[in-house]
Design a protein around this ligand. Structure first.
Ligand code: UDX
Length: 435
């Protein structure tokens, strides 16, 4: 274990809180600063404003090393390192909005006692160089700068942080590199040292390649539907090639969430700002946007029309194990189905209530069977494990027409056909019940 340090973490969102909790768990003292009073109030009251497995326990177990404040000066007062973990939402052009990052840099300008400023937020390549110049201009030339991107997936962020595939430390000075490596002492993962720009690029390249892998298998799935091949069999065997790997080869309704859509658009915008059109990424983004629309089209073809047809959406969040609805394919599906005149019900065990469009036009029901009541079709949008506990044979009688579109290929379509369903899925033949 390394020396216990004092860290100021800016941003009490998913990344900031996971970073703060894990550093406190490693023995460091952490002050978390956020600009939202309600967040800080909840954290001071011992509540966790977001859902992330293990996070609440970690914050509670290490509470003597954690504090929360709205005041930036108070956060950095005793800090040796300032971690910037604020969000970088997309602007209309797809570029990352860095205003929150710059607001923190601005707030650090008097903190000449700091040893290092570290950016964990996902930022365009070149941002670090600009922050470095701003720090120099503010007389903080002696304060180190590093990029330390995160690679944590929602729902397993604490595990990913404490057992990472790699820790990327991007900095041009040895003292800061050594300080960051020491901060991470106790984490079991290899450290990769590099320059700031490369570290910034690793994050964007990793997410873009994962998004590309998903999109590739989604396009293969489309061809499987047209040719009679089964994409799950194809993915299993393709994935056995150790150069390719089976991860992120699950065909479905497309990727969503807070990272892949935003980061792929940010990388595309960044490329275009340098005068380069990232053609592969352009195609990935376009194909992913079409993926839920294709599903609606297939359902329409199967039912003849969607007007006045009742459709149950099973799952709303962008993936299971989270309450996060950001860029969820379910929202695109709901919009398209409503535009076709369908009547929608939905079920999700965790999604936060949403009263904005399109969800204000969707009737949310507490159980799967209630969501299925009277439906002409159901779509598995999120592969919640609870869906395996449903007695599908019995649930069938709740539906007007037993049609299940398995948008995540979580079920054996033949088993569902035996239970009396017509089972459509992604990249596999539609299986119908034997009469
Ligand atoms: C992702 C990255 O995994 C993480 O490293 C990065 O730091 C942030 O972005 P996250 O957004 O939490 O994490 O979700 P992830 O589990 O990666 O899934 C992203 C989306 O891809 C989901 O909508 C998921 O349903 C979809 N997906 C994933 C597929 O459609 N097929 C797959 O095979 C895998």
């Amino acid at each position: 274990q390394g020396t216990a340090r004092s860290i100021a973490v800016f941003g009490a969102g998913y990344i900031g809180l996971v970073t703060a909790a894990c550093f406190a768990h490693l023995g460091h003292r952490v002050v978390v600063r956020d600009i939202q009073p309600e967040r800080i109030r909840l954290l001071n009251a011992g509540d966790v404003p977001i859902y992330e497995p293990g996070l609440g326990d970690l914050l509670a177990d290490n509470k003597e090393r954690l504090s929360y404040t709205l005041d930036a000066a108070e956060a950095v007062h005793d800090a040796e390192v300032a971690y910037i973990c604020v969000d970088t939402p997309p602007t209309a052009s797809g570029d990352a909005d860095l205003s929150r990052v710059w607001a923190v840099v601005e707030a650090l300008k008097d903190a000449d006692h700091l040893n290092a400023v570290v950016v964990k937020s996902t930022v365009p390549v070149g941002t670090g160089a600009r922050i470095r110049a701003a720090l120099d201009k503010a007389g903080l030339g002696h304060v180190g700068y590093a990029s330390n991107p995160e690679f944590t997936a929602e729902g397993r962020a604490v595990t990913d942080f404490l057992h990472p595939d790699r820790i990327v430390i991007g900095t041009s000075d040895h003292a800061t590199a050594a300080l960051l490596a020491e901060l991470h002492a106790g984490i079991d993962g290899p450290v990769q040292h590099m320059d700031v720009a490369s570290a910034e690029m690793v994050k964007l390249a990793s997410n873009a390649l994962l998004a590309t892998k998903i999109t590739f298998i989604n396009e293969i799935a489309t061809l499987c539907e047209a040719t009679g091949a089964d994409v799950t069999r194809v993915a299993d065997a393709v994935g056995m090639d150790h150069r390719l790997g089976r991860h992120f080869l699950n065909a479905g309704l497309g990727y969503g969430g807070s990272c892949f859509p935003k980061d792929s658009r940010a990388l595309r915008a960044m490329a275009s700002n340098t005068g380069y059109s990232f053609q592969l990424l352009n195609a990935v983004i376009e194909v992913n946007d079409l993926q839920p629309r294709r599903a609606v089209q297939r359902l329409k073809t199967e039912l003849g029309t969607l007007a006045q047809r009742r459709v149950a959406l099973l799952g709303m969040t962008f993936k299971p194990g989270t309450d996060d609805m950001r860029e969820a394919p379910s929202t695109v599906l709901a919009c398209r189905l409503l535009a076709e005149g369908a009547l929608l019900t939905c079920w999700d065990p965790m999604a936060r209530p949403a009263d904005a469009a399109p969800w204000n036009a969707v009737e949310r029901r507490p159980t799967v069977v209630e969501a299925l009541a009277g439906a002409d079709a159901a779509i598995v949008v999120t592969e919640w494990p609870q869906l395996h506990d449903v007695d599908w044979e019995q649930a069938r009688s709740a539906m007007r027409n037993p049609l299940l579109f398995d948008g995540r290929n979580m079920f054996d379509p033949h088993a569902l056909a035996r239970a009396g369903y017509t089972c459509m899925s992604v990249g596999r033949a539609t299986v119908r019940p034997r009469c």
